[in-house]
Design a protein around this ligand. Structure first.
Ligand code: ZN
Length: 403
């Protein structure tokens, strides 16, 4: 029953089971009459999986498969517009904010109550369903309790537990797994034309996060930034060095967040000003000032979230270093060998095997574990809104001297 994972499914590497479920559902929904009546279609899905595994890709591919006459060929205008969110019957909810408000959910629920305009279904994709507020979840629940026959909700979240149980119980769940390094590398070679050696490095470094692997494979800057991060553990030999390392990390994360926001911020501001009639004659009305203030607040919240995400990535990278050190200390891996051990273990940072071997000799496994704990604690602190620089300084001092 495994269909070839081509067409809209091609990006979903290592997700044969999920693709089989979704493509079968889309196929059944396309059959005229009987089983394939829109009523037989599950109207709410919850797509879960670790960051970078392709939750949103899966949701958009499914939307295309539901609307395309060929079940998601990936080439027709229906497929392309459904995947990009430009299709009139596909609503893509992407948030850069920390939460999705009840007002936003109510607006979606109103949309959901309407019939599709041109397609068989209308599909509402919520990429970060875990960010829906409790009030918002109540509003969503009401919408799911009275499902219009031709509306399909696709909710995406890291795990099922991230979505409140009342909502979760009304969905059909599809779980994505972390793809293997080899699968990600193959995708980069075949779809992006990346050199195999570079693809293997990027896939290993990204640890199953496809977007991250792609960024590392394509961008010299991203690789340089990663090298800077991986040099940190070996540099923490004084308090001054720790403080400098903390500042470097915050700078790298801020730069990364700025790169992603700068352009969008400017575009949003220009669009809003145009909508408000700026540049034409007349004074700035009160509402205009309020709308601009609201946009500014939203953009600040987004910048904060993106910086936090970027810091989180830095901490993930650092963890790979200590994970490598620990595997050498526990003699699970021979650092001098680029081959996988009998248990299938290998270094993530193979290119730094000499430094890792050295670090493994100069600490105990217990100290390495305490360092990993310190990284987890720092992540927790960030989640509880501790100022980034402060959290990083505390972390660097702990990494230098784990006790
Ligand atoms: Zn198509």
């Amino acid at each position: 029953m495994a269909e070839p994972a081509g067409g809209v499914w091609a990006e979903l590497v290592g997700q044969q089971r999920a693709v089989a479920t979704l493509s079968a559902a889309a196929k059944a929904a396309r059959q005229p009459g009987g089983d394939g009546s829109p009523h037989a279609m599950t109207h709410a899905w919850l797509i879960t999986g670790p960051p970078g595994s392709g939750r949103s890709n899966a949701a958009r591919a499914f939307a295309a498969a539901l609307l395309c006459d060929q079940g998601g060929c990936g080439r027709c205008t229906v497929c392309r517009s459904a995947e990009s969110g430009a299709h009139p019957d596909v609503t893509l909810v992407r948030t850069e904010q920390l939460s999705i408000s009840v007002a936003e959910v109510r607006e979606l629920a109103m949309k959901a109550a309407m019939s599709p305009t041109v397609g068989r279904f209308q599909v509402i994709v919520v990429e970060d369903a875990d960010r829906i507020t409790d009030q918002g979840a109540d509003a969503l629940l009401k919408a799911l309790e009275e499902p219009p026959p031709r509306t399909v909700w696709l909710l995406c979240a890291p795990t099922a537990e991230d979505v409140i149980v009342t909502v979760r119980s009304r969905t059909r769940q599809v779980n994505l797994r972390t793809p293997l390094d080899t699968e990600v590398a193959q995708l980069l070679v075949e779809r992006d034309g990346i050199d195999p050696e570079l693809a293997a490095y990027a896939a290993r470094a990204a640890q199953g996060h496809i977007g991250r692997a792609r960024a590392l494979a394509r961008s010299e800057d991203a690789r340089t930034a990663r090298q800077q991060i991986m040099a940190i553990p070996g540099s923490l030999n004084s308090v001054g060095a720790c403080l400098r390392a903390a500042a470097t990390i915050v700078e790298l994360a801020t730069a990364q967040a700025d790169r992603s926001t700068g352009e969008i911020d400017a575009r949003e501001l220009a669009e809003l000003k145009e909508a408000l009639g700026y540049g034409t004659k007349g004074a700035r009305p009160k509402q205009a000032t309020a709308a601009l203030k609201e946009l500014e607040d939203q953009q600040k919240a987004r910048a904060k979230r993106l910086q936090r995400d970027a810091l989180d990535r830095v901490l993930t990278e650092l963890t790979t270093w200590y994970r490598d050190v620990l595997t050498v200390q526990l003699q699970a891996v021979d650092p001098a060998s680029s081959q996988l051990s009998a248990e299938g273990l290998g270094l993530i940072n193979t290119e730094m095997h000499a430094e890792i071997a050295q670090a493994a000799r100069s600490a105990t496994a217990e100290q390495t574990l305490r360092r990993v704990d310190a990284i987890l604690a720092a992540r927790d602190a960030l989640e509880h809104s501790v100022a980034p620089l402060l959290a990083m300084e505390a972390l660097m001092l702990n990494l230098a001297d784990p006790g």
